[in-house]
Design a protein around this ligand. Structure first.
Ligand code: ADP
Ligand code: MG
Length: 721
């Protein structure tokens, strides 16, 4: 058969997809192959079986009607109320029985072009009656096709609704997908039959066809279940496989807590009691440290939950076992801050004195001579703990006996960096214990997916005595409030408290963002706060200028710091009590939450003000929900759930970057149970057969490799190279 298609054929080989269309499919949907097209899944189904015939529908009730557009008329009367010109577009539509009804739109003069005469569509709205004729005003419209080219639309009960654009409406997508499925031979099932049957899943070929044209809702749900399972299961198998590969049979080290060691003396010397969550974390980490297999643990905790304490304790366990520890942070500022915190916290044990802890800082700013000394002392084993940035990953950094690796803000580093830092150990027989930390709360379903190869500990409790930051949203129509806020900033400054002004997130380059921050800085310094000390920090400044500004702010030599999002992570200034975020509606939920975490770190009440919207521009519902959520709660995990709900996994995942397979149908916000189940199943499978060598797993192995697009091989090369 000449016109049989293969999944890997270019999409242009599908009948009806001309080369120009193929270009559109690629640019608008990322669809390049037949497989991509088939994996463009319906968002929902329009249930034509539930439609009420027009003559049975009740005026004043919501209805969905299906019909064919007969003609359009357009008028442009002048509104009596506003005096503005109005465009009214009105279509005459006939339903299946030929009964006509009117469909009316205001100020959407593109409507006749979008649904020209001959368009078959569903119209959902409230039924009205005008001059005796049924009418829908501003209904939701879903095009089903064009008259004569609608295929079997009218015989189908469930019509798929695809993510679509103006250039590629859903019905056109449906036509191409149908054409492709017609010419596609049976899709091989990569799941072993026994596993599939045991889980009660549909065969893959059935699922692929049923998801696009299900006979009924049950079949649609079963097809979805199969495809979601495939996405999450192959992802988890890959993660577990990778973990096994990376460990490559290497033993762990015993870095377990020792009685009366420095780790426990450190806890005793603290001026406070660890929270229950911190105690639980040290127990979990302690068990990992002592175990035979290397630790790979993620420590998740909201800003201020006290992750540093757990990290310090973990590193001291390595030192108590005669080994070294390393702490890597994503920026210079954070590395310096960690080093300062460690120096303070470890003071009771003695730092860089005889019999004390030997602590060093290594960044790209470290002078050459100092760097040479530090490298030598790391290699000789003199240094116990080193804190640093990416500079730690450099070739010349080698350890005598590396026991513990801690990585802060792990999402800013890739798995490669996590691995290569671990490979710094001189002795390759055993692998160091790795603790990664993140202050970005992630919903459990996402954490288990993104970090399926890590065990997860959550610090779900803040130390006592923390005050919630009072958070307010001010919209652009609330004039006068800005002046009152500036007066409040001045009042706070008079009491020795400080304010961050966070500049809007600017689309495009870092340069544009920097310029926006500079403009705001000049405006505040020269006019609004001419009587205060105002500073500036942004990503385009030289490293030492940036540090100088941050340090001045920390020492209280500045009242107001104008900043871009460079203040987002980790910086700790207890006397900063006010944060003003400009154009807050441009920020994501977790970003706002992170920013807000920069204040409320001392004993004083703190205030966060989110300016939203620009004059004459309505806030979208989505933006409103985001801002209200942030104002309403401080629970980072609750906010993360809202974020996942609003944005879906696509953006959170950044899967192209992380080298992980795409999730096209799975919705992590809804599919937690499947995630947990797949993770467990994958773990068991890989533990029993680490190479997936059994013949029944050959298909699965190939499928996992395909979905990871080479991501697994790269890591293997790294682990063995
Ligand atoms: P995170 O890194 O999770 O944002 P930190 O480790 O920086 O949080 O801790 C924030 C602040 O809380 C620090 O000043 C720290 O000393 C303090 N802290 C940590 N744990 C406790 C505790 N159990 N009780 C009181 N204060 C604590
Ligand atoms: Mg921290």
């Amino acid at each position: 058969m000449a016109d049989r298609l293969d999944l890997d054929d270019p999409v242009a080989t599908v009948p009806g997809v001309a080369s120009r269309r193929a270009t559109t499919l690629r640019s608008q949907f990322g669809i390049e192959t037949v497989r991509d097209l088939i994996e463009h899944y319906p968002r929902r189904y329009e249930d034509l079986g539930e439609l009420v015939p027009l003559d049975l529908a009740t005026v004043g009730e919501p209805v969905t009607l299906v019909g064919t557009v007969v003609q359009w008329t357009q008028r442009q009367p002048t509104s009596k109320r506003t005096g503005r010109r109005l465009t009214i577009s009105e279509a005459t539509v006939r339903d299946g029985t030929g009964t006509p009804f009117a469909v009316t739109f205001f100020n959407q003069d593109w409507r006749p072009r979008r649904h020209p005469p001959g368009t078959v569509a569903t119209f959902s709205g409230t039924l009205e009656r005008r001059h005796g004729q049924p009418q829908l005003v501003m209904p939701d419209v879903h095009d089903l096709g064009r008259d004569g080219r609608t295929g079997d639309v009218h015989h189908r009960r469930l019509v798929p609704v695809y993510p679509a654009t103006e250039a590629v409406p859903s019905w056109r997508m449906q036509g191409w997908i149908d054409a492709a499925l017609d010419r596609l031979p049976e899709v091989d099932d990569f799941l072993p039959d026994d596993l599939r049957d045991q889980l009660g899943l549909m065969p893959l070929d059935t699922a692929v066809r049923a998801i696009h044209s299900p006979p009924d809702h049950r079949a649609a749900a079963a097809a979805r279940r199969r495809i979601v399972f495939d996405e999450l299961f192959t992802l988890q198998v890959g993660l577990h496989w990778r973990r096994v590969r990376l460990e490559a049979g290497r033993a762990g080290m015993d870095n377990g807590p020792t009685p009366d060691g420095r780790a426990s003396r450190f806890l005793d010397a603290l001026g406070f009691t660890p929270t229950a969550a911190q105690q639980r974390a040290t127990c979990e980490v302690g068990a990992d440290l002592a175990a035979d297999r290397p630790m790979h643990r993620l420590l998740q905790g909201d800003v201020g939950s006290g992750k540093t304490l757990v990290a310090t304790w973990t590193m001291l366990c390595a030192v108590d076992n005669g080994r070294q520890a390393v702490l890597m942070a994503p920026t210079e500022v954070l590395a310096v801050q960690h080093q300062r915190t460690l120096t303070d916290q470890l003071a009771p044990l003695g730092v860089n004195v005889l019999d004390g802890i030997r602590l060093e800082l290594l960044t790209s700013a470290t002078p050459t001579a100092a760097k040479r000394r530090i490298l030598a002392e790391l290699l000789s084993g003199t240094t116990d703990i080193v804190v640093g940035t990416h500079a730690l990953l450099e070739e010349g950094v080698r350890f005598a006996d590396l026991g513990v690796v801690v990585i802060d803000e792990q999402h800013r580093f890739g798995v490669h960096q996590r691995v290569s830092l671990r490979e710094k150990a001189t002795d390759h027989a055993a692998a160091p214990d790795v603790l990664v930390m993140t202050a970005t709360p992630i919903p459990r379903s996402l954490a288990l997916t993104l970090f399926g190869d890590l065990d997860v500990t959550v610090l779900d409790e803040l130390p006592p005595g923390r005050q919630e930051v009072v958070t307010q949203v001010i919209t652009s129509d609330q004039t006068g409030r800005r002046e009152r806020l500036y007066a409040f900033v001045r009042e706070q400054a008079a009491r020795g408290r400080q304010t961050y002004v966070v500049c809007p997130l600017v689309e495009g380059s870092e340069d544009v963002a920097a310029r926006a921050a500079e403009d705001e800085y000049i405006r505040l310094r020269d006019t609004v706060f001419a009587d205060l000390r105002v500073g500036l920090v942004h990503g385009r400044m030289r490293g030492d200028d940036k540090d100088a500004a941050m340090s001045a702010f920390r020492r209280g030599e500045l009242d107001v710091l104008v900043a871009t999002t460079v203040v987002e992570v980790g910086v700790d200034v207890p006397s900063a009590t006010v944060m003003i975020v400009e154009d807050a509606d441009r920020f994501g939920i977790s970003q706002l939450h992170q920013l807000r975490g920069r204040i409320g770190r001392g004993a004083d009440r703190s205030y966060c003000v989110l300016f939203a919207g620009r004059p004459g521009e309505e806030l979208t519902d989505e933006a409103r929900t985001r801002l209200e959520a942030v104002a309403l709660t401080h629970d980072g995990f609750a906010l993360a759930e809202v974020d996942l709900e609003l944005r879906g996994e696509g953006q959170l995942f950044g899967s192209r970057q992380s080298g992980m397979p795409d999730l096209k149908l799975a919705r992590l916000a809804d599919d937690l149970e499947v995630v947990v189940h797949c993770r467990q199943l994958a773990g068991e499978l890989v533990t029993a057969d680490p190479d997936l060598a059994a013949p029944r797993l050959a298909g699965l192995r190939a499928e996992v490799r395909r979905r990871y697009r080479g991501g697994l091989e790269q890591l293997e090369a790294l682990a063995t190279g």
